[in-house]
Design a protein around this ligand. Structure first.
Ligand SMILES: NC(=O)c1ccc[n+]([C@@H]2O[C@H](COP(=O)([O-])OP(=O)(O)OC[C@H]3O[C@@H](n4cnc5c(N)ncnc54)[C@H](OP(=O)(O)O)[C@@H]3O)[C@@H](O)[C@H]2O)c1
Length: 366
């Protein structure tokens, strides 16, 4: 037993994010721990860190997929078998899923999410609350969300599960009023964890303003210890979102949230248009240069009158190319610089083949 509190906190979802930060706070305060998640290797590592950093005496790791049927019952049975009394229960494990409900999201993932976020949380609460009431002591923290109180297009089922968690918890607050057992709902705004990546929502606008999971866990921990009914971490800004959620029409909130959940504009593909048009120009110039050289060779081998005609045409074509070059040079500057070099080199080579004007006049006069 831990010398400082002799109490045990069971935390689901302790392997990452908010749950991990909460576990750390319990460890710092001298609680023994039961850590539950699927990643038992991560939980084992965490247990070693807590033992060496905070002198935590008893840490039990339970590897469990809480989206499975009766997973909560199995966790409860394992805890009972080890004769552990759970004084604090934290129902943190939860996942989200992003996409249009009718056409995008996968039903099997939704079913597992409902099982994890709703069924397991409810069953865990039922089993451990019963024992807490028998002892007339204990605390429960349930991870709700600010989305619990706002309709949320593109995460409709997730928001529905969190609305359940919040409503369920507030109902129990009332049922437990005359006891020494408290239950608290934690309603974070978007928080900087792996949650959005796992949900497939990593490129949504809402991820531009994420808050620190350390702060979220601390606010949740303090509210839990104080036996508060709910807490919205993050100061005035998030509290004002909460007030807005209570007073604004649902339709307006849904529109607002649709905007926040929509995808961020894709960054412009890096000068893709410029590249392809530069390539086109490059090929065009190559052909023009070769044609110029061929023209010059032909010019050299023809009569004086034809030479004068060729010379006139070559000059006009050169001018046209120069004009075209200067009109696009802004957008294609770097690529065109090298194309211009090639063009000028080729042109000077072609000019060496073409007789000067005096030579033409001499030939015409002869
Ligand atoms: N991040 C946010 O913006 C945000 C906002 C409001 C509320 N919340 C809520 O906060 C809670 C924690 O989320 P987070 O942000 O900390 O996300 P996270 O870093 O992804 O953590 C989720 C935790 O849940 C566990 N978990 C997931 N599926 C599980 C399963 N089938 N069985 C057992 N454990 C499972 C994960 O462990 P394994 O993968 O190892 O199983 C992990 O420890 C969730 O309930 C979430 O809904 C999050």
């Amino acid at each position: 037993m831990n010398a400082e509190t002799g109490k045990t906190a069971l935390i689901t979802g302790a392997s990452s994010g908010i749950g991990q930060e909460l576990a750390k706070l319990f460890a710092q305060d001298g609680y023994n721990l039961v850590l539950v998640a699927r990643s038992d290797d991560t939980l084992d590592r965490l247990a070693d860190v807590f033992k060496s950093n905070y002198g935590t005496q008893q840490i039990t790791v339970i590897k469990k997929d809480l989206a499975e049927e009766d997973a909560a019952q199995d966790v409860y049975n394992q805890v009972k078998a080890k004769d552990i009394t759970v004084n604090v229960l934290v129902n943190d494990a939860g996942v989200g899923l992003y996409g249009l409900f009718a056409t995008d999201t996968d039903w099997e993932r939704e079913k597992a999410m409902i099982h994890l976020n709703v069924l397991s949380l409810t069953q865990m609460t039922k089993l451990f609350l019963y024992d807490m009431l028998a002892r007339n002591e204990g605390k429960i923290l349930n991870l709700a969300s600010l989305l619990s109180i706002t309709p949320t297009p593109l995460m409709a089922v997730y928001a529905g599960t969190k609305a359940y968690v919040y409503n369920f918890t507030q109902s129990l607050v009332n049922e437990l009023k005359e006891t020494n057992v408290t239950i608290t709902a934690l309603l974070p705004n978007a928080t900087d964890t792996d949650f959005f990546n796992k949900a497939g929502a990593e490129n949504t606008k809402v991820t531009d303003e994420v808050q620190d999971p350390v702060m979220v866990a601390k606010d949740g921990y303090e509210a839990l210890m104080a036996g508060k009914a709910k807490v919205v971490p993050g100061g005035l800004k998030n509290k004002s979102y909460e007030v807005l959620a209570y007073v604004a029409p649902q339709e307006a909130l849904a529109s607002l949230m649709h905007g926040k959940m929509s995808q961020k504009p894709q960054p412009e593909p890096e000068n893709q248009d410029d590249k392809s048009s530069a390539l086109t120009w490059g090929i065009g110039f190559g052909i023009a240069v070769l044609a110029g050289i061929a023209l010059a060779v032909a010019y050299n081998n023809t009569s004086a009158v034809d030479k004068a005609r060729y010379r006139y045409k070559a000059k006009s074509a050169g001018n046209a190319l120069s004009d075209a070059l200067s009109s696009v040079s802004d957008s294609l500057s770097s690529v065109l610089d090298s194309v211009v070099d090639v063009y000028q080199t080729a042109r000077s080579k072609a000019e060496q083949l073409v007789p000067r004007e005096e030579e033409v006049e001499e030939e015409v006069a002869a």
